[in-house]
Design a protein around this ligand. Sequence first.
Ligand SMILES: C[S@@+](CC[C@H](N)C(=O)[O-])C[C@H]1O[C@@H](n2cnc3c(N)ncnc32)[C@H](O)[C@@H]1O
Length: 203
Amino acid sequence: MTDDRERWNEKYSTDEEFELPDDPIPELARRIETLPSGRALDVATGTGRNARFLAAEGYEVDAVDVSDEALDRAANAAADDGVAVNWIRADIDDFEFEAGAYDVVTVSFFAALDRLPDLKEALAPGGMLVYEHHLRSSDDIDIGPSDDRYKFRANDLLRACLDLTILGYEERTRPDEKGRTQAVATLVGRKSTGGAQSYPRLS
Ligand SMILES: C[S@@+](CC[C@H](N)C(=O)[O-])C[C@H]1O[C@@H](n2cnc3c(N)ncnc32)[C@H](O)[C@@H]1O
């Protein structure tokens, strides 16, 4: 058993205060009509909120997490929702992403800067990356990892994705679904090139 597998299985089993939201991250829901259809990958899926949402939207979804316990919960929730997801128990540290395979890749609240080159390679041409994660912040924050090591610095995520077409990038504080303040970076990037591209119409 890897450290992460053990640690996260224990967290899911024993930490009664640790509860992941059921809704997808807001940026994914906001952008869904503008994303290319096809295959999707949700990295460190947890209880599968993004994966289940994408499956309900008609995507063929692979969802990876290191924790057996998380994936059990995700699979039960998917059965309740009546959607099918390919749940994959694996460690992202050594997972082999399929190159050029995914029209949408989502990562939420998981620090994977070191795997970003492979995640970008896993995007099909025109594929979109939607990534949201905690920021280090001097504000009064109620939620996020206690250790700054697991949070991004200002512009970390943006800098790592400058070879994509950046359709959205924001760093801010906001209330989470329980009203707790969090500091987050949200990036939407497309694997596309060229000085004159097509851009989504957003309300
Ligand atoms: C804070 S949760 C976020 C879950 C989900 N993305 C969400 O936003 O609801 C982080 C998830 O990362 C998973 N995780 C941690 N280390 C991992 C690793 N090395 N490989 C794959 N998953 C990992 C944990 O099991 C946990 O489900």
